[in-house]
Design a protein around this ligand. Structure first.
Ligand SMILES: NC(=O)c1ccc[n+]([C@@H]2O[C@H](COP(=O)([O-])OP(=O)(O)OC[C@H]3O[C@@H](n4cnc5c(N)ncnc54)[C@H](OP(=O)(O)O)[C@@H]3O)[C@@H](O)[C@H]2O)c1
Length: 352
């Protein structure tokens, strides 16, 4: 298994310091986040390889289902740069997989390198893929978890890693998508824009809204919004993932949305689904393989889903009262649905 690895190039008396590992996690999370919204039904994952002095050798991220996992990208980059035999520590946001899926197990690829230790943020919630950490320990590697790391940045990094994984974790365990409800409220307390306008929030809030769309696999709306605004639901104020196709689900019991709107939406790259109620819409979204649904609807659907507890994250954008003031954005997690036990809700603000 370890044939071809020159172990004399690793200084076994040294190992990366906690601060270097924390920095590597921050970088692995940044890399993973670049592909958030492009990887369904797989999770976004980032990986950084360190040598025994704590210097970064290579890094990688998972980009799309069916392509290489983050660890394999990082190991290939290390090989290309001639530093493969210096790998001491693997820092990875998700436990390396241990099963033959569309790609061979990452645990085996790590075992075939000179890596001595693996530091993991989240355990794999996929029952088919678990056991990577145990396999590495069985073969004599040291495995640590970020949650056990004593460093001032560890809790914040852990919260980021859990939020990054939450849509995958929910989908793999329940078959349902992680639901983010975006709701904008004017200074007067209304969700309805003035006649002739489609929005009332600031330029920064508009960018936030498009970043939320970029991250989503599906958009869920109501017929009222479609009839009032003829919305495009495309990602415009930030660059979208290349060739990204999303699901657009419209709650429309009366079938009031025209075939013309639906075919125009298909031309914009959406798969369109008409649904009768939020619960069946979420079942359909989950069945399509979508892991995160963004609800962009008017007051009727928004209130109905919030009241029914059919949400995981609620992003509330409140218009600033005075001209020139920034909108107030608050993010809260549904403690009943969220798989992030820490309930931290700031990530969307810090990183978007
Ligand atoms: N501020 C914001 O964040 C925001 C975001 C989006 C839209 N808007 C504004 O909202 C306005 C439209 O408001 P709206 O309330 O009519 O739009 P909506 O909530 O998007 O759509 C309401 C329609 O959805 C259908 N529906 C299906 N299942 C439902 C359920 N369980 N609960 C509620 N509705 C269900 C109903 O039509 P059927 O009975 O035919 O099924 C209902 O008339 C527009 O002016 C738009 O600009 C604001």
């Amino acid at each position: 298994m370890e044939q071809g690895v020159d172990r004399t190039r690793i200084d076994l008396r040294k190992q990366p310091e906690t601060g270097q590992i924390a920095r590597a996690f921050a970088r692995a999370l940044d890399l993973a986040q670049l592909h958030e919204g492009a990887t369904a039904p797989n999770p976004p994952v980032g990986c950084v390889l360190l040598d025994s002095s704590g210097a970064e050798i290579a890094a990688g991220a998972h980009r799309r289902a069916g392509t290489q996992h983050a660890e394999i990208h990082a190991l290939a980059a290390a090989r290309e740069s001639g530093l493969f035999d210096r790998i001491h520590t693997v820092v990875v946001t998700l436990e390396p997989c241990n099963h033959h899926g569309r790609t061979p197990p990452c645990s085996e690829a790590i075992l075939a390198s000179s890596a001595q230790q693996v530091v993991i943020a989240c355990r794999d919630p996929n029952p088919r893929a678990v056991g990577g950490a145990e396999r590495l320990v069985q073969e004599g590697r040291t495995v640590h978890f970020l949650s056990e790391m004593s460093h001032p940045e560890a809790p914040g990094l852990m919260a980021r890693a859990e939020r990054l994984l939450a849509p995958f974790a929910k989908h793999v365990r329940t078959g349902l998508p992680f639901v983010t409800i975006k709701q904008a409220i004017s200074a007067a307390g209304s969700m309805i824009p003035e006649p002739g306008r489609k929005t009332f929030t600031s330029a920064a809030s508009l960018v936030l809204a498009h970043r939320l769309r970029r991250r989503a696999d599906a958009i869920l709306t109501g017929s009222g919004t479609v009839l009032a605004d003829d919305p495009h639901f495309t990602v415009r104020h930030v660059p979208d993932h290349e060739g990204r196709q999303r699901l657009l689900v419209i709650l429309d019991r009366r079938r009031a949305v025209s075939p013309h709107y639906q075919s125009a939406a298909r031309q914009r790259g959406f798969d369109v689904l008409i649904a009768d109620d939020p619960a069946s819409a979420l079942t359909g979204i989950g069945a399509s393989g979508a892991m995160e649904a963004l609800v962009e609807a008017g007051p009727s659907v928004t209130a109905s889903m919030l009241d029914a507890g059919l949400w995981d994250e609620h992003v509330l954008i409140e218009q600033a009262a005075g001209a020139g003031n920034e909108d107030r954005v608050t993010v809260r997690r549904n403690p009943a649905f969220s798989l992030d036990s820490q309930g931290k809700g700031t990530d969307v603000l810090r990183h978007y």
